[in-house]
Design a protein around this ligand. Structure first.
Ligand code: ADP
Ligand code: MG
Length: 563
């Protein structure tokens, strides 16, 4: 029976199978290799996964979620419509969707998998990943570190030994790992990262600059206009390596806008982000105590490493051209699949887990660093990947005149807004009355090997110290909870594949309908109505025909305003 290899990514997931001596990636129900890690519920409580759900992120924001991988291994409840799920359960939906696609592809049942996880995942997060597999009906034969998977995909295990750097820039994070291959063991020596540096941040930089250049404010634009800006610029981002510039024509807030999206413009927008690539690379090399000159190969993984500006920046830093003959956003799935192939032949490669780091950032709530005075912002104190035990201190101050009390809220997570992170606890401390900003206090976080977080607040004017210990609740499920999750998920419906394709087309059509005007809009409106009535008729051949017709129009329209 086949074992599938899975990359369960923050933004996208993919899977493959070992066939005829090589890794073969599996197309999903839409004929694509990447399945967005996005989950939604529709009006009839059907679970929607992947591309269809991704399209609904903007139109149905309360019943669609993404980036839940960041919450793996916590008990944080994520709301989806009127229901709540853990990150483990949401991941199980994605895994189930991949499993279904693999079963269709292979025409046989798939019950075993190898899943990749970030090297810095702790035991809790690894356990949660395995449990997600189990809920989805997959026995997880083993987990593999993402950088190790990348090395396997690049065939580095066929060499004798060596030291490599793996640079992985996905949608939201940039992870750097220094790994060494020696006598059949792939060891991760260090892993460092920037949790706010990914493809989506590059897109955000383009959007901000584009809007500023045209005197437009995000808040003033309608949801649809804004969506159009994001989609157009995402396309610009993904085509930026082409030697020509894209000429954009957009109507926004009733104004016709023409814009030449040149390579120079792109570069000027993203240069501040590119400058941040250096830090984690240096940190990982420093932590691994390996000089840059000893790195034999630099591997690029993650969709965002496709950008030529990124490659050039990395090339300059390392003084060599990075290896990138594989599809960067598929490399990890390929590697997990190679591991599945080795497993089937009983010759797995061992990889050593990095365990002595703090897997999440731990911090507190502060007011807007931009100066608006609003609360709700996250200030990391112990950053993710710090070697444990770790102890860090930050000096903070009161924000109101005659403030009597401090409420120190403690969170774990990587988002700049605390509401998107996991709340761990709160400490109330009295402070002497004084003008805003006149009372300062030292906030010390100490994190030990056992996951205990100790928080000390010292009021500097009085020398008073308040101490509080927070035990992080492990996010793994007990057997009983696991069974409950399985039953809960089994009670939810998944659309039959065929039906899902129709829903996907309709939602894509509705989305384009909102973007177009005039003749095209009318034509699309008619075709959508026709398609709906054919669907109601439930005649298979008719449906296939109408679907094809609609798909052709949508594909043509999808080419969009870019020439
Ligand atoms: P993750 O590891 O977070 O699941 P991926 O490795 O799939 O994510 O990378 C997703 C990111 O890669 C997205 O931000 C996407 O915009 C970006 N990306 C994909 N293709 C390209 C491209 N051709 N050029 C630039 N960015 C790209
Ligand atoms: Mg990834």
């Amino acid at each position: 029976m086949a074992i599938i290899g899975i990359d369960l990514g923050t933004t996208n997931s993919a899977c493959g199978v070992w066939q005829d001596g090589k890794a073969r990636l599996i197309e999903n129900r839409h004929g694509e290799l990447l399945t967005p890690s996005v989950v939604g519920l529709d009006g009839e409580k059907n679970v929607i996964v992947g591309k269809t759900a991704k399209h609904r992120l903007l139109t149905h924001p309360t019943s669609t979620v993404g980036v839940f991988k960041r919450l793996m291994g916590t008990k944080h409840a994520i709301e989806l419509g009127d229901r709540r799920f853990s990150a483990t359960e949401l991941s199980a939906f994605v895994l189930k969707s991949l499993k279904d696609d693999a079963e269709t592809f292979l025409s046989e049942k798939v019950e075993e998998a190898i899943i990749s996880v970030p090297a810095y995942f702790n035991d809790n997060q690894r356990q949660a990943t395995k449990q997600a597999g189990e809920i989805a009906g997959l026995k997880v034969r083993r987990l593999i570190n993402e950088p190790t998977a990348a090395a396997l995909a690049y065939g580095l295990h066929e060499r004798k030994e060596g030291t490599f750097a793996v640079l992985d820039m996905g949608g939201g994070t940039f992870d750097v790992s220094v790994i060494e291959y020696f006598e059949g063991v792939m060891e991760v020596h260090a892993s460092a990262g920037d949790n706010y540096l990914g493809g989506e941040d590059f897109l955000e930089a383009l959007v901000s600059d584009f809007l500023a250049k045209h005197d437009l404010k995000k808040e003033a634009l309608g949801k649809e206009d804004l969506q159009r800006v994001y989609e157009t610029l995402e396309r610009v981002k993904c085509n930026i390596n082409a030697p020509w510039s894209s000429r954009l024509e957009l109507t926004l807030a009733g104004r016709d806008i023409q814009f030449e999206a040149s390579g120079e413009w792109f570069k000027s927008c993203v240069t501040p982000l590119l400058l941040r690539v250096r830090n984690p690379i240096e940190q990982a090399l420093r932590d691994a105590r390996i000089p840059l000159a000893e790195i034999e190969e630099v591997l690029l993984v993650g969709g965002a490493t496709r950008m030529a500006v990124f490659r050039n920046a990395v090339g300059k830093l390392f003084g060599r051209i990075p290896s990138s003959h594989l599809d960067p956003d598929l490399a990890i799935a390929m590697g997990a699949t190679v591991q599945a192939g080795l497993k089937a032949r009983d010759e797995t490669l061992d990889d050593v887990v990095l365990t002595d780091v703090c897997p999440y950032s731990l911090g507190t709530e502060v007011v807007d660093p931009g100066g608006s005075g609003r609360a709700g912002y996250f200030l990391p104190i112990i950053e993710r990947n710090s070697v444990v035990p770790a102890s860090r201190v930050e000096t903070l101050q009161t924000v109101e005149d005659n403030q009597k009390q401090l409420q120190v809220n403690v969170y774990q997570g990587e988002h700049r807004l605390v509401e998107k992170n996991v709340f761990l606890g709160s400490i109330d401390v009295k402070v002497p009355h004084n003008k805003a900003g006149e009372e300062t206090f030292d906030l010390r976080f100490s994190y030990d090997m056992n996951g205990l977080l100790e928080v000390d607040v010292k009021i500097n004017s009085t020398g008073n110290v308040i101490n509080h210990v927070i035990e992080q609740s492990p996010g793994t499920l007990s057997n009983e909870e696991l069974e409950k999750s399985k039953a809960r998920l089994a009670a939810l419906k998944f659309h039959p594949r065929e039906k899902e394709e129709n829903i996907e087309l309709l939602s894509r059509g509705e989305h384009l309908y909102s973007m177009y005007l005039g003749h095209e809009r009318t034509m699309l409106g008619e075709l959508l109505a026709h398609f709906e009535s054919v669907l109601d008729g439930q005649n298979g051949t008719e449906i296939t025909k109408a679907r094809q017709q609609l798909k052709e129009l949508l594909d043509a329209m999808d080419k969009g305003p870019l020439q």
